[in-house]
Every structure is written in C-alpha cells, then in structure tokens.
Design a protein around this ligand. Sequence first.
Ligand code: FES
Length: 108
Amino acid sequence: MADIKIHIQNPDLSFSTLEAPTDMGLSLMEILKGNDYDILATCGGMALCATCHVEVLQGFDALPPITDDEYAMLDTLPNITPTSRLSCQLKLNEQMDNIKVKIWGDGH
Ligand code: FES
C-alpha cells in the first residue's frame, strides 16, 4: 500500500512534509510524535487529554467523522477551530493523502 504525504505547518508558516504508511494502523498523533513534533499525547490516544489537538488546514472533509467523545474533548479547548481534530483519533488512510495540519497541542 502506498504511503501518504502529510504536510505540517511550521511556526514560520512554511510546511514540512512527512511520508506515512497507511497499512500499519497508525494514527496521525503517533506519526507526529514519532517524528519529534511537539505533541504530548499524555493520554496515549484515548481521546481524554486533547494535547494532540490539530487544526486541519486542508483535507478536513476527507477525514473520518468526528465522534461524540472526540467532540466533547475538543469542546473543552480555548483554541478550538472549525476544523479542529484530535490527531490520535485519525487513523491514517489513503483519503488523507496531502492533508495539511497545524499542530496546536494543548495550546500553551
Ligand atoms: S492523545 Fe490524548 S486526546 Fe489524543
């Protein structure tokens, strides 16, 4: 299965690109954390901490639907955006090729 590309916005607004496999059951959070991005993910991907918050700048409509649990956690954030997601809830798949994200983390 082909790898997908994920574009991550840097603080200077340029983008870095990661290549990620879609056949290993990894979440976006796991790929970002594995590549040393600033994501705490303190709950380990249980949709309980919101420190894996990302804003999806491109490709939001291609993502799997948001669950009630994910929304409830996002809704606690002061910096929620219309295209916010918890990256731990996004299992990588081919529809996510070339999405662009901005990492908010826990907003601090
Ligand atoms: S890692 Fe905790 S909510 Fe995603």
